[in-house]
Design a binder for this molecule. Sequence first.
Ligand code: UDX
Length: 477
Amino acid sequence: MANSKPHAIVIPYPYQGHITPMINLCLNLASKNLIITFIPLEFNHHSISKAHNLHADEDIFTGARNAGLDIRYAPVSDGFPVDFDRDGNDVDRNYTDYWKTMFLDFPGRVDGLVAGIVASSGDSPPSIMITDTFFSWVATPICEKYGLLNVSLWTQPATVFAINYHFDLLRQNAHFPPQHGKGEEGIINYIPGVGSMRPRDLMSYVQYPDMIPMLTEIEVKSFDHVKQADFILYNTVEELESDTLSALNQILPSFPIGPINFYDASLARSLRPHTDCTEWLSSKPPSSVLYISFGSINFIADKEEVAEFAYGLLMSKVYFIWVIKDDNIHDQEKKFLPSDFKDGMGNRGLVVPWCDQGGVLASPATGGFLTHCGWNSVLESMWHGVPMICYPFLVDQPTNRKLVVDDWKIGVNLCDGGRVTREEVAEKIDVVMKGNSALRMKCEVEKVRKKLQDSLGGEGSSHKNLDLFCEGLKLRL
Ligand code: UDX
């Protein structure tokens, strides 16, 4: 007799900001009685195991499995050695070569693995495939071949999904690729469900498609394929992007189920080991610490820019925790930080290679977040009611900045184009962390915090949408 539990094969995209929500989604779905086979890339499996000192017979879901959830685990190789630098500082080499090979090779590798899972799953064969939207080009042929329902998880705001979905409209209106005249100056007011925005609010690959051509290619290819998906899940909240989500729902069955990041904080999901900041933070007064992090992808600021941040921090006189990501923090400090910075900061700051960001933002001592506006960082900041100073670099970050600063009014721009100066850094820290402006911003972010936290409660929209999605799945199986 066939097992009545639906079985989903799940493939995360191999970056921190994508893996975290996907792991949480798996826990959610497994607790709703789905069987999950989680397929991480082998190099991600190695990083997580190393960061969390897992034994050879353990994986991130061992605890969940012991608690009774049916989550299986089957890492897949991408064909590169685990220590190959897939991003590299030279994006034209490592990153581009890596993804060129992935386009050619990876669907075949996944196909082989899925064939094995189908053959060995007995009375619970997989009937669903859940992939990150950036792997929809892997999902389409495999779902067709094995008759699997095709579910796509979008880990950025629905606004960005909507704009990407309408690459054709951007092309027609000369915004992609941008053309001088209309494309440069014109307002974008034709994306269904998305309010007016300026060209500078568009994602980096739309504004500068030739800056990292492979990045643009991945976005376009993914959105060509995601149109075949049966369901789209979004790591966002209905109350934050309701017009956009209803417009998307006219095109594809759309379920905002975010913020997915907060299901089980104890689970290992970080690709890097944390430096513990708890004791230092607990000795600081409420709302006195600025947290600074530019996310998980390679740090793009140059030495002069970093020096302006450093001197601006010293001028502001706030306490701070600054994440400067590198496996060797001493080299990184030498490379980036001004030589007199350490003496200047004394005991006022911590510079760490990686930390428990959720824990830092949750601390009552944290009063502001200087962020690159990666979507997970934005969600985590909103969840903990921390106002933001926004300094976007790449991909969706300029668009996320627009949502945070212009639409939701829970952050400020660090600078409006051009090079950032130390005076601006000090001034914006004051705006977000001191006086009446800080109180006003705190009040706005509290309203958003409540929306997010309510959405996951028993009557909350995301909670209900996840149930609706599960019912929708069962109707289609
Ligand atoms: C990029 C994009 O900007 C983002 O919008 C997209 O969804 C994923 O790719 P990334 O640079 O990884 O994102 O930033 P972000 O989305 O903010 O994710 C970073 C994650 O790393 C967060 O969940 C954060 O909590 C975690 N982090 C960061 C740590 O755990 N420790 C740190 O020290 C810094």
